[in-house]
Ligand binder design. Structure first.
Ligand SMILES: Cc1cc2nc3c(=O)[nH]c(=O)nc-3n(C[C@H](O)[C@H](O)[C@H](O)COP(=O)(O)O)c2cc1C
Length: 438
């Protein structure tokens, strides 16, 4: 086995790194169940059900250092450990496949290539948690992924890997696929549960946290697709091996980075967590497009503050990105070149979030359209000198919204103010956008 270890392997040799999530991928189609099984698929499940206790599966997940891939980076095993084992009634696992964060498409790619990895990961997670009924909450537009999952679930059931008394272990599990009507707020875990219960998708107050009181009032774990798809490798190869696939000792595992914007290769890459931003852009992304030079990027999906050239050497892992003033989020990197108007780029994102506000709380419902209006007038050359302060106040105010949608939405505005205040001022002073529209 050759694995990529940070500086030891030049970006040009990344193809030598051992893939975890994209290991079984075929270039042009979804893998079949037979192919997955012949390449070791479901062997982690067989090993766990025959030789590991649920507690051991949970401990392996804790030891791996796996952190949630849905945006917040919360340690997965720790989240599982919050689930009380002594309450009457069922516990639930929900796989969050809502994926509506602009710039993020990793779960779609994963599910279009290999639904079995998620199914195996979910069965293992349910075994660890003592869950007998799990759901996959998938965005309506992901038709191909949903089709793959429905087929995969049926095949797993036929092979005795789902249903009652799985592989004679005494453990039983049903997985149901729910195709959401599709709103960004449905990805927020408590709004997601309301939606699954047939209610309007508004967020719920926390605490109580879902791990204690979630779906239909029962203990519930919500995990992202990519998070759960990592569990089979953690069990089959061991937590230490899995952890060591990162580029630095501070990080753990690999990460799906989905790239868009002004680079040569805009794809979803599986890379060691903790690779530097510059190595990602110059390596797998193939560098900037002809005639483009790097100006800024969004490092972790649209709700994260911009990075600039000064962040080129930042290791792309949860803690280092946070220390550098942004968030790793979902790992959706959007790259902007020198011709990008950062005011227009931010306005474009805020438009999305203002539209997607569920309207439940006033700061988000009223605040986001107001911020959109201010940015619009600055971009159109009608900005006023006080507008920058108003924007700054709103970055602060919207932290008091009911859920994380509005604070996240203000991430790019926060980055705009911290790194591109001169660009904002130029729009206001010259009463026009200094960038040519193409
Ligand atoms: C507005 C909003 C939208 C979200 N959308 C998603 C999403 O589409 N997919 C996802 O996994 N997590 C999303 N999250 C995060 C979830 O609330 C939750 O933290 C996550 O699913 C937990 O999974 P993880 O621990 O495996 O990361 C969203 C959060 C917010 C505030």
């Amino acid at each position: 086995m050759i694995s990529y270890r940070g500086g030891l392997c030049p970006p040009g040799q990344l193809h030598l790194m051992e893939k975890i999530l994209f290991k079984h991928n075929r270039p042009d189609r979804v893998i079949t169940c037979d192919e997955y099984c012949s390449e070791g698929g479901f062997s982690a499940l067989r090993a766990a059900l025959s030789g590991m206790s649920p507690e051991e599966v949970q401990q392996a997940t804790i030891d791996s250092g796996l952190r949630g891939r849905g945006g917040a980076g919360f340690p997965t095993g720790k989240k599982w450990s919050f689930v009380p084992r002594n309450l009457p009634g069922p516990r639930y696992l929900i796989c969050n496949a809502d994926e509506m964060e602009p710039g993020t498409y990793k779960d779609r790619v994963l599910l279009e290539k290999n639904p079995y990895l998620l199914i195996e990961g979910m069965i293992l997670a349910c075994y660890a948690l003592g869950v007998e009924h799990a759901f996959i909450f998938i965005r309506r537009g992901y038709e191909q992924a949903a089709e793959n999952l429905l087929r995969g679930i049926a095949e797993a059931r036929k092979a005795g890997l789902l249903g009652s008394n799985i592989l004679n272990s005494g453990f039983s599990l049903k997985i149901e696929l729910h195709q959401s009507a599709g709103r960004y707020i449905c990805g927020e875990e408590t709004a997601l549960m309301n939606s699954l219960e047939g209610k309007r998708a508004n967020p719920r107050a926390k605490p109580p946290f879902p791990a204690v009181k979630g779906l239909w009032g029962q203990p519930t774990v919500v995990n992202n697709v990519e998070t759960l798809a990592n569990i089979p490798a953690i069990i089959s190869k061991g937590p230490a091996w899995w952890k060591a696939q990162a580029a630095t000792p501070e990080a753990a595992g690999t990460k799906l980075f989905c790239i868009s914007g002004h680079v040569r290769n805009t794809e979803c890459f599986e890379l060691p967590l903790g690779m530097t931003l510059g190595k990602i852009i110059d390596g797998p992304c193939g560098g900037m497009r002809e005639g483009s030079s790097f100006k800024a990027c969004i490092p972790g999906g649209a709700s994260t503050p911009f990075f600039t050239r000064e962040h080129w050497d930042v290791s792309m892992d949860f803690d280092t990105v946070a220390k550098a003033g942004s968030r790793l989020g979902t790992g959706g990197i959007i790259v902007f070149d020198q011709n990008t108007c950062m005011v227009a780029a931010t306005l474009n994102l805020i438009r999305f979030y203002a539209r997607e506000s569920c309207g439940w709380c006033t700061p988000c419902r009223e605040g986001l359209p107001f911020v959109e209006h201010i940015l619009e007038r600055i971009e159109n050359g009608q900005g006023e000198s006080g507008d920058i302060d108003i924007l700054r106040e709103h970055v602060n105010h919207l932290n008091y919204a009911f859920c994380a949608l509005a604070p996240g939405a203000m991430g790019p505005v926060d980055g705009l103010l911290r790194h591109f205040e001169d660009e904002l001022r130029e729009h206001i002073t010259h009463r026009t956008c200094p960038f040519t529209k193409v």
